[in-house]
Design a protein around this ligand. Structure first.
Ligand code: MG
Length: 288
C-alpha cells in the first residue's frame, strides 16, 4: 500500500495511491487535521474512510513525513563501491578509519531540510560549490524500541520511502562531523510517498538515480554492507526509536564525487531517484 501526503484545494491531505499510480484516494479527515507527521500519523491506526478519488495530476505531492519529529538518521558508506569512491575523493573525514567501516557510520539531517517531490534543491554558490546527490532507500519506523535485536528489527519497520541525501561535499570534508554539509536547507528530498513494509523485498530492490537523462547510480539493496536489521540494531543501541523516525540506509556508487572530474549538481539539473516497489522521486536544482 502506498500512502501519500498532498496539497489540494488550499489544504493538506492524506491518501492512498491507486495501484495504477494515476490517482489518490483522499482520506476523509477534518480540514487542518494533517500534521507535520504526515503518513506517520496513520501508524498503528485503522485507515480513515475514503472521501473521493482524485487524479494524481491534480494534487501536489509532499514528503510523506513533511517534518520528521526529530533528525533523519542516515548511514554513511554503506555500499562497498561507494565506500571506495568516497574514500578516494579527498572529502572523507572518516577515511583514516579505513575504506569500509567496521560498524555503521551514523549521522543525521535536520528535519527542516526535508522537501517533497518536485520541490527545488536550492544551491547557494556562496556556501558550497560541490553539491552532490545520493539515492537511498529510507526506513520509516512503526513500533518504538530500544536495544532492538537484529532478529526482531523488521517488526519495528512500518514502511519505506525514498530519500535523496543531498550533500555539500566541501562542507562535509571541512567539518569532521557531517551535519552541516548534509543539513543545508532543501537537502533532504523525500517521497514521492511511503509504502508499507510488505511492498519491499530488502534482499532485492533496485536503487537508481538519474541526473537529467544520465543514469548515474544503479545498484540493489541486497548489496548493503550493513543491512536494515543491523542498522536498526545499531541505532537503537541506547536510543529509543520512535514511530515516524526515518532512517536513510546509504547510497550506492555513482555519486558526483565518484567521477573525474566530479559531476556536481548545477542549477537547471533534474535529479530522479527510482527505487523498485516505491516509485520515483524527482527534484529540480535551482540557484538560491
Ligand atoms: Mg547518504
Amino acid at each position: 500500500m502506498k500512502l501519500a501526503v498532498f496539497d489540494w484545494q488550499g489544504s493538506r491531505h492524506l491518501g492512498r495511491v491507486a495501484e495504477t499510480e494515476d490517482a489518490v484516494e483522499r482520506f476523509d479527515l477534518a480540514r487542518g487535521a494533517v500534521t507535520d507527521a504526515g503518513v506517520a500519523a496513520l501508524i498503528g491506526r485503522d485507515l480513515p474512510p475514503v472521501a473521493e478519488a482524485l487524479p494524481l495530476a491534480e494534487v501536489v505531492l509532499q514528503a510523506p513525513v513533511p517534518r520528521p519529529r526529530r533528525n533523519v538518521f542516515c548511514v554513511g558508506k554503506n555500499y562497498h563501491a561507494h565506500a571506495r569512491e568516497f574514500a578516494a575523493s579527498g572529502f572523507d573525514s572518516s577515511a583514516a578509519k579505513g575504506e569500509v567501516p567496521e560498524v555503521p557510520i551514523v549521522f543525521s539531517k535536520l528535519p527542516d531540510s526535508v522537501i517533497g517531490p518536485g520541490a527545488p534543491i536550492r544551491i547557494d554558490a556562496a556556501v558550497s560549490t560541490a553539491i552532490d546527490y545520493e539515492a537511498e532507500l529510507a526506513v520509516v519506523i512503526g513500533r518504538p524500541g530500544r536495544n532492538i535485536a537484529a532478529a526482531e528489527a523488521l517488526s519495528h519497520v512500518w514502511g519505506y520511502t525514498i530519500v535523496n541525501d543531498v550533500t555539500a561535499r566541501d562542507l562535509q570534508g571541512r567539518h569532521s562531523q557531517w551535519l552541516i554539509g548534509k543539513s543545508q536547507d532543501s537537502f533532504c528530498p523525500m517521497g514521492p510517498w511511503a509504502v508499507t513494509a510488505e511492498e519491499i523485498a530488502l534482499a532485492d530492490t533496485s536503487v537508481r538515480c538519474w541526473v537529467n537523462e544520465e543514469l548515474r547510480q544503479e545498484s540493489n539493496t541486497g548489496l548493503l554492507i550493513f543491512d536494515v536489521p543491523t542498522i536498526i540494531a545499531a541505532i537503537s543501541n541506547g536510543i529509543t526509536l520512535l514511530p515516524g523516525d526515518v532512517i536513510a540506509t546509504g547510497t550506492p556508487a555513482g555519486v558526483g564525487i565518484g567521477f573525474t572530474p566530479p559531476k556536481y549538481l548545477r542549477p537547471g539539473d533534474r535529479v530522479r531517484v527510482e527505487i523498485g516497489g516505491i516509485g520515483s522521486l524527482e527534484n529540480p536544482v535551482e540557484a538560491v
